[in-house]
Design a binder for this molecule. Structure first.
Ligand SMILES: Cc1cc2nc3c(=O)[nH]c(=O)nc-3n(C[C@H](O)[C@H](O)[C@H](O)COP(=O)(O)OP(=O)(O)OC[C@H]3O[C@@H](n4cnc5c(N)ncnc54)[C@H](O)[C@@H]3O)c2cc1C
Length: 433
């Protein structure tokens, strides 16, 4: 490994944790009872906690690690409308009306996130910078053109094509064959956003108890017993908000989410003239390849934060850093000598139908998860909705309610089938079929 890729003081930890270190909450013992216990203290868990605690229910959020230790303080901070399948994919399966409502939920999620940040006054560098998605060949550029020309009435999103000849006004590379801009997408600092939500949840009266793994959730009369090493809680309702970290504690849910590693590096501070040349509008960026890459500037516009699926289950960020650096310099050769100060990883949760899922499981436990790598807005939104469902509120209903949460025979949570899929996708990206 080329050690000179790593800057002095390099850390295998999220860049975001420099400004917002993991909060050390006072060590606490779980109460004997609570109205609602929430497992997981990421965006889903905290967003669920807010309406529940604000409605006066005693609310306990438990996390096996520090608060926000999962994806919610590790992500790229890119925010979009996020529901992966389009109307044309969903309509044959669910009918036109429901498909419409399902796609609309992605748009609702973005609008809710925007409103939530304003209403709750969360300082998190949230900016509607827009997204540029580069086409990795001309076929994909044409496909992007068809996509915006044939938008379903009522589901239109603002977008415009950028031909290759004008591409440098968007991005300092010739690696793409043109692209598309979505002006409504945005960026935020994920750890600041999480910290803001944590502060609001605590202010609303929720107890957040960290380093307290839930070991078992058992039905007990009309409620549940939630067992932890620090003691058990008798809870009327339980919400599981563990996404890519869903464990054998909830085996039925674990069989339905596919944990996939996502990886990011941060460069050392760069010459502002260089970052302005590479991303003149400071947009969030991705491209049309199946093997995802996503990149942006840091909020101070000094660093490039470059992420991608360069491995599946690798847990050593020193191993994935050179691979990300190679992907980055394939797009931006000018970054060949830019050294890495931070490299990190987290596990997102895919689902077999690429849809998020929320609701009440057969045993009565509530859940919201499966954001397929785009959870900043979705986890915030569906977390809030599942909290409202626990309260029995009409507005908690979503177009995804009752959607079958599929699994596959013999799948128990270890995605053995991903390695061949990755090879297949790499091949398809290269030869374009
Ligand atoms: C590297 C990376 C980049 C990403 N980039 C983006 C992006 O740019 N845009 C975007 O929209 N999304 C992105 N995502 C995805 C997004 O971050 C997630 O979808 C979102 O944060 C999920 O939030 P969550 O609260 O559901 O789960 P998490 O934040 O992962 O929280 C789950 C929590 O559950 C806890 N837990 C698990 N089991 C137990 C247990 N038994 N007891 C107690 N606690 C438990 C874990 O410790 C963890 O803290 C990215 C993810 C990663 C990893």
């Amino acid at each position: 490994m080329a050690n000179d890729l790593f800057a002095p003081g390099y850390k295998s930890a999220p860049y975001w944790w420099e400004a917002v270190p993991r909060p050390s909450l006072p060590a606490a013992v779980p109460p004997a009872r609570a109205d609602v216990v929430i497992v997981g203290s990421g965006y889903t868990g905290l967003s669920a906690a807010l309406p529940v605690a604000r409605a006066g229910r005693s609310t306990v959020v438990l996390d096996a690690e520090d608060a926000g230790w999962g994806c919610s303080t590790r992500n790229g901070g890119q925010v979009s409308t996020s529901i992966k399948p389009g109307f044309d994919d969903l309509a044959p399966l669910h009918g036109e009306e429901r498909a419409f409502a399902m796609v609309k939920e992605g748009q609702n999620a973005l609008a809710f996130l925007d409103a939530h940040i304003r209403t709750d006054a969360i300082a998190c560098d949230w900016e509607r910078v827009g997204r540029f998605t580069g086409a990795h060949n001309t076929t994909q550029y044409e496909a992007l053109g068809r996509k915006i020309a044939h938008q379903r009435k009522g589901l239109e999103v603002e977008a415009h094509l950028v031909p290759r000849a004008e591409q440098r006004s968007e991005i300092g590379t010739d690696a793409y064959f043109g692209g598309i801009v979505y002006p409504a997408h945005g960026s935020l600092d994920p750890a600041k956003y999480h910290q803001g939500m944590l502060d609001r949840a605590l202010a609303a009266g929720a107890a957040v108890i960290t380093r307290c793994p839930v070991q078992a959730i058992e039905r007990d009369g009309t409620g549940f017993t939630v067992a932890t090493p620090k003691g058990s809680i008798a809870a009327r309702d339980v919400i599981v908000a563990t996404n890519g970290y869903t464990s054998p504690v909830t085996p039925d849910l674990r069989r339905r989410v596919i944990p996939i590693g996502s990886y990011i590096i941060a460069t050392e501070p760069l010459d502002p003239a260089l970052t302005a040349r590479l991303m003149p509008k400071a947009r969030v960026n991705s491209d049309t390849r199946r093997i995802v890459v996503y990149y942006r500037l840091s909020p101070d516009r000094r660093r490039v934060l470059f992420g991608g699926r360069v491995a599946l289950m690798e847990t050593d960020p020193r191993v994935t850093a050179p691979r990300l650096h190679a992907e980055m310099t394939a797009i931006f050769p000018e970054l060949a000598t830019a050294r890495i100060t931070h490299s990190w990883a987290g596990f997102v949760a895919y689902t077999f139908d690429t849809m998020p899922h929320l609701g009440k499981w057969r045993d009565g436990v509530y859940y919201a998860m499966g954001y397929c790598g785009s959870g900043v807005s979705l986890a915030t939104y569906f977390g809030m909705r599942i909290g409202q469902q626990v309260l029995g509120l009409q507005e908690g209903r979503t177009a995804l309610d009752g959607l079958e949460f599929p699994t596959r025979p013999f799948y128990s949570g270890m995605p053995w089938f991903l390695a061949p899929t990755l090879v297949w996708y790499r091949l398809r990206d290269r030869v374009n079929f």
